[in-house]
Design a protein around this ligand. Sequence first.
Ligand SMILES: Nc1ncnc2c1ncn2[C@@H]1O[C@H](COP(=O)(O)OP(=O)(O)O)[C@@H](O)[C@H]1O
Ligand SMILES: [Mg+2]
Length: 617
Amino acid sequence: MAEARQIRHHSRKERQHKPGMGRGPMYGMVMEKPKDFKGSFKKLINYLKPQLPFLIMVIVLAALGTILYIIAPRITANAINALQNGIMRGKLDMEYIIKTLIIVAAIYVLSSLLNFLSYFLSAGVSQRVVYRMRKDVKEKFKKLPIEYYDTHSSGNILSVVTNDIETISLTLQQSISQAINSALSIVGILIMMLTISGYMTLIAVGSLPLFLIITMVIAKKSQKKFVKQQAKLGQLNGYVEEMYSNKMVVQLYNKEKRAVQNFEEINEELYDAGKNAQFLSGIIMPMLQFVNNLSYVAISVVGGILAGGRLMIGDIQAFMQYSHQFGQPIMQTANIINIIQSTVAAAQRLFDLLESQEEPQDVAQPADISKVKGEVVFEGVDFSYDKNTELLKDINFKVESGGVIAIVGPTGAGKTTLVNLLMRFYEIDKGRITIDGIDIRNMAKKDLRSLFGMVLQDTWLESGSLMENIAYAKPNGDLEDVKKAAEKAHIDHFIDTLPQGYHTLINEDVTNISQGEKQLITIARAIYADPKILILDEATSSVDTRTESYIQNAMTAMMKGKTSFIIAHRLSTIRKAGLILVMDKGKIVEQGNHEELLNKKGFYYNLYNSQFNAQNI
Ligand SMILES: Nc1ncnc2c1ncn2[C@@H]1O[C@H](COP(=O)(O)OP(=O)(O)O)[C@@H](O)[C@H]1O
Ligand SMILES: [Mg+2]
């Protein structure tokens, strides 16, 4: 059942904090280099291939828009020159001037229109690409083995699906037109400037290295600070979450003071790093502005001198406009290089996920399970999570259908692992597991898992109504059946006392329902699902003894006629089991019923006595 999967990530994984990738100007961005740039880039291109016609349109439109935008000042210059000539000669050619200005206006309008269209199309391209990516991820999630979730934190997986895909989407939407725009602008503006004046172009271009040096020096410094800031921020987030989610433990051990102190320390460091980072990135703009103004002055002076003889006012005006426009595409180009890097890095994480190993496929002709009653046999099963450390070794046992099998042993003995193998969440290394004589590897996984119902120590309720939670196995179920299941689980009275009854909504942090009540709800869920085989993994270990006896009764009702695997800490729960497996360090050290095992005076005997005594203190 899917339930087992869910619980595993909730309990086993800590969230990992990945500070969000800033998308600011280049000097504020943390460089992120992808490991395999070429490979990931190629795969990204593959996703773009179906969008090729649109992409070409985006590029053509952006290019046309940019060219028009660059030409406009040059034409404006004609009008101003005509004005100057007219004034000097005392005869204005108004018709020409107005015509020229109308053309300029039309060019600006057309250029904006083309840019608008190109952005509109690239938004479509971007959304279609990431739509497909999300779909592929969704399909992939269905095929990933549990192992994947063991080795990848849910925080990281989440970050791929949200942050990384968002990064790709933003880049596709903005950066393609921007790249075309920047490249064409640099070349176009340079040509335009050269047609006006070589000297002035020399000054404008000559001040560029100064821009680059300032930007690079400060960017390098501020980048270090930004990295530190992000790291501290991540640390702070992690700390807050840890403290918040463990609030009770923190209070219990009177660690609040220390918690506050730690928080203040990290906060102080974050303040320092943040202040420096922000200051450095803050001064960069004024400094660039200063250099820009200097070059402006120089251009004006040279322009003025040249104007005496060869240059018209309109040309100088156009040149000033071009030199003003020149800085932007250069900054943008630098920025785009960074964006491409972080985008390919994001794409790489996405492709790593999409290409990770999948669960083995079902066999071509899965066995028919409709007549399965629930006889379970393990034959010489070996298994290890990590192929270097052996865990389960030569496991052999048989449970008749409808039988009750209890598995006991110290923590870490491999009890939970055993039932995980039964549901084929992991593949065994040796031997075979059969249900009614059918090797579970010959069953479709979906069929196999439909045979099981689970009640675990960590109760897992989904957000939704109580009714939906109980009817989890067969949604759109009948309320009457749900009520019957609740009755058998002895939770019906409690539900009836709730104002909304079965329609009470459960949210993420359910507070009005106790642990024991939640457990009874999961039992009602298992009863409702009516599986052939039940798995109760330490189902009563997190509730008090009074609730436990309730749950005990509910479980007895649930187990009727079903093969049941009971894993329990409390030996009192399992005395009645037909077969008891005693496990230690991955091996079955003893098996038999309660009396037989006690008479052996071995492992079980000792376990039973130590527990029995402990419970009577
Ligand atoms: N997903 C996993 N990946 C790697 N090792 C695991 C995993 N789950 C459990 N183990 C290890 O396998 C051993 C048996 O665990 P488990 O079957 O949960 O024990 P039990 O349920 O008897 O307490 C333990 O040493 C545990 O650390
Ligand atoms: Mg366990």
